[in-house]
Design a binder for this molecule. Sequence first.
Ligand SMILES: [Zn+2]
Length: 288
Amino acid sequence: MKKLSPMKQLVNRRQLLFSGLALAVLSPRAVLAKEPDLRAQAAHTPQPHKPAKNGKFIVMLDPGHGGIDSGAVGEEGSMEKHVVLEIAGNVRQMLNNHPYIEARLTRDSDHFIPLYQRVEIASQHGADLFMSIHADGYTSPDAHGASVFALSNRGATSAMARYLSDRENSADKVAGLKVEEKDHYLQQILFDLVQTNTIKNSLTLGKHVIERIRPVHHLHSQVTEQAAFAVLKSPSIPSVLVETSFITNPSEEKLLGTTAFRRKIAGAITEGIVNYYNESVVHNRRVS
Ligand SMILES: [Zn+2]
């Protein structure tokens, strides 16, 4: 097969994006429009029964696991599902002090939610951002530090990213559910193109969160890693998964058990989200 130059690929992708979006919004008004506002259209997939947003930027926080799925369990018996519920609750509380941001939770108690439903909850709430919060384990107790992950359409960027995405994606199997792909929002090609733009925004969000975690906690990875996490498959909502620490590392299990650390890491995550909001929303409003 003839290999295309990067520039040619870019042009072709752009042409496809135009034609795909034109198909998706095919209405007399849209056809008459001189130039489609790609950014606005990419950000608006059909979202039925959307509760009022009151003009606020909606952040959907997703404490990982819950109910029958305890997540990773530390040597001392700490369960990931409880730790991440606390941290996510802290982030919600801190974010809600912001005048233009409203944070919501996919779960505020110890119950199980299938992965695809977490994605749908974010969509139903008209979320502008989705963040799944975890404290997973690894085969080696030496693994430690925080890391941030975004979706990859092509495969994992590291062995750790692959390992963690495989583990996370098996959450539904714990509850005996048949793992299904729920990518029914848009035609596949349009889905892929819109999602490419979403992943770009997810990486920006990841960068901001890593920058704020760096001064307060060890980073397992200095950049946002990517893998095929099912919970990050929202086509239009920038989504990241934050591993706050490894619960299988004895000293991090102790840290995760303290109120001080839970608030510290929640504070860093909150600042990362606010910085993303300032860059992507406030800045875009100023230039448009
Ligand atoms: Zn987890």
